[in-house]
Write a protein that binds this ligand. Structure first.
Ligand code: 5GP
Length: 605
């Protein structure tokens, strides 16, 4: 470069170097993904997309902390119709797991059976079996946690379940379990052992803060480690913190502290074999603070149903999960972990469903947001992806104006702009204009082609407004005789100075041919967008574009959103764009929503 200025600003800034991987360095983490383009090994955190089916709230145990349990009565059994509705919603939302969790041996509770018999079943396990068959028919893999079962019962259910679970909770004898025949530690250990003999991929775990001590937790973990050594069937262990609930005997109990949870996760990592996933429920614990202690799994997350055991704690949305696991590879898994699929630890009836779901999950891919962005813009962050020729762009809620002098955050703004950008990029592609858009991976997150960005802001103006009316003697609102393209050199420190064709070529930003091509693309974009907006009752006043190159081709990059366009109502002249924020003209989110309502009427934002 002879000019001395850095002409190509790539969106690949300094890499974040080798970071300590949340205490996993040194020992082998269960799964490690290699982000090819960065050389950084990102630890994997898994989760399963499930629906929660509480077949009954009636339970023979009366734990001091529970609000799940209810007496027999109207609605105490989830009807088959309701089960089918939930399964249908789950299948529609791409869930892979039907989690059947319900009260233990409800048949022992007086008054329960007539409610179940009403639906034509003579035991809850028989009902569970039938509903699990329905789940399989809909392409969801059942995982059942029915409390204590004997070996015959587990063998029976394993015909239609890919995995099963029972929380050990604790090996300690605690007052909270005084009225609970099924919570006797020896019985629970015996059942987990039976599951091992039957080769059932199994989930168990500890409930923290129910009256046990730190050494009880260690003992519980050692028991689980021992069972796994003998049978190799524990695929995951849940470290679950008890959350005190009003109206229960233990409402005044302090529950587990963050420190307790962190300490137990560390203990689990030390005691358990590394092939056992360490799980925390991200709706209960402060996941961002606990994950670095050695968590490798976030359990079942439902986009459809609530956590009936802790209904006051909503699941994080899948896109929140991505943010929580920033710096890790977030990977979806099935309720039967890969190792157990490989070993064939499932009934032949489940084979097709497992294969189909493995495929579906594989197609959805993994999701990695490295801890540090490659590039942090004023309103977007750009991250490397696992694929070297793709980038992840997160549209943030930040809003800035006047070169960052004014700065605020507005909830939902990132999603609004991402939605608009996706819409326009797809429209332009359909019109033959190459864009960097590949796909959306979340409402605020776009996967794009990695470009070498051209440091120009290409502005197309149809009507005089903004800086044009400041720099030149032209009144705002004057319709220009024809659309004009102007270009600014993208450099915040210099205030993005205007640049002309000669300078662009002499600085080797673009060749003469490329310059013609960029201008043509800008005019093409203007033609497509102006016509479209006109049909929506909006006047496209002006807008800014950015371009980049990949393998010799020029693509439209960056975004096309309400942040980068001036949009006026054709009749009233009302602004629907960033000027609402720049000049305090009203509620900018309402204005942005109005644009989306007009351009994509059937989208709920
Ligand atoms: P002006 O030059 O009048 O400030 O802006 C012209 C058009 O380009 C407006 O639609 C404005 O929103 C857009 N624009 C100019 N500079 C930037 C920028 O740095 N970021 C974004 N997002 N849009 C810009």
């Amino acid at each position: 470069m002879t000019t001395g200025i850095r002409i190509f600003k790539t969106n690949i800034a300094a890499e974040d170097g080798k970071r300590d991987r949340h205490g996993l360095s040194g020992s082998k983490p269960p799964y490690v993904s290699h982000a090819h383009n960065t050389g950084i090994m990102l630890p994997v955190i898994t989760y399963s997309r499930n629906v929660f089916l509480p077949l009954t709230f009636v339970c023979r145990n009366a734990c001091g902390y529970c609000i799940f349990r209810r007496p027999p009565g109207e609605g105490c059994v989830l009807s088959p119709d309701e089960v089918m509705r939930i399964l249908r919603c789950g299948a529609g939302a791409g869930c892979t797991e039907a989690l059947f969790t319900f009260g233990e041996h409800p048949e022992e509770v007086a008054g329960f059976m007539p409610w179940l018999e009403d639906f034509g079943y003579s035991s809850i396990l028989e009902y569970c079996y039938a509903m699990a068959e329905e789940a399989l028919a809909m392409g969801l893999l059942p995982h059942t946690n029915a409390g204590i079962m004997n070996a015959d019962e587990m063998r029976y259910l394993s015909e239609v379940n890919a995995s099963m679970g029972l929380m050990l909770e604790t090996t300690a004898d605690i007052p909270a379990h005084r009225n609970c025949p099924g919570k006797e530690p020896a019985r629970r250990i015996a059942m987990i052992e039976d599951a091992g003999r039957l080769k059932i991929p199994f989930t168990t775990g500890l409930l923290l803060g129910i009256g046990e001590t730190s050494s009880d937790r260690r003992e519980s973990l050692e028991v689980i480690a021992g069972l796994h050594r003998r049978y190799g069937h524990i695929q995951e262990i849940i470290i679950q913190n008890f959350c005190p609930k009003p109206g229960t005997d233990m409402s005044a109990f302090p529950g587990a502290t963050l420190q307790d949870i962190q300490e137990t996760v560390r203990m689990a990592k030390e005691i358990l074999s590394p092939d056992i996933a360490i799980q925390i429920p991200p709706n209960l614990a402060d996941a961002a603070k606990v994950i670095p202690c050695g968590v490798t799994d976030l359990g079942g997350i439902s986009p459809v149903t609530i956590d009936y055991v802790n209904p006051e704690h909503p699941w994080p949305a899948l896109d929140e999960l991505r943010v929580l696991t920033k710096g890790y590879t977030l990977k979806e898994r099935l309720c039967i972990h890969p190792e157990y699929i490989r070993r064939g630890w499932f009934h032949p009836r489940l084979r097709d469903c497992i294969k189909n779901l493995e495929n579906a999950v594989h197609m959805r891919g993994t999701f990695v947001i490295p801890a540090k962005p490659l590039y942090e813009g004023k309103a977007k962050s750009v991250y490397s992806s696992e694929k070297p020729d793709e980038l992840i762009v997160v549209f943030r809620n930040d809003m800035t104006a006047f070169n960052g002098v004014k700065h605020d955050k507005f909830t939902g703004k990132g999603k609004l702009n991402a939605t608009a950008s996706e819409f326009f990029m797809k429209m332009l592609e359909a019109e033959g204009i190459p864009t960097h858009f590949i796909r959306m991976s979340a409402p605020d997150t776009m996967i794009v082609r990695r470009l070498e960005m051209i440091p120009l802001e290409v502005i197309v103006r149809n009507v005089a407004a903004g800086s044009m009316t400041k720099k030149y003697p032209v009144a705002e609102g004057t319709v220009l005789d024809w659309p004009v393209v102007t270009m600014d050199y993208k450099d915040d420190e210099r205030g993005d100075p205007m640049i002309n064709d000669d300078l662009i070529q002499v600085f080797h930003i673009l060749t003469a041919e490329e310059l013609i091509q960029v201008k043509k693309m800008a005019m093409d974009v203007n033609r497509v967008l102006s016509r479209f907006f006109d049909e929506c009752g909006i006047r496209l006043v002006d807008f800014k574009l950015e371009f980049g190159k990949a393998a010799g081709t020029i693509y439209l990059g960056d975004e096309i959103s309400m942040d980068s366009m001036r949009l006026w109502d054709k009749v009233t002249g009302e602004s629907f764009d960033k000027d609402v924020y720049r000049f305090d003209k009203g509620d900018v989110i309402t204005a942005y929503r109005n644009v989306l309502k007009r351009i994509i009427p059937d989208v709920e934002m």
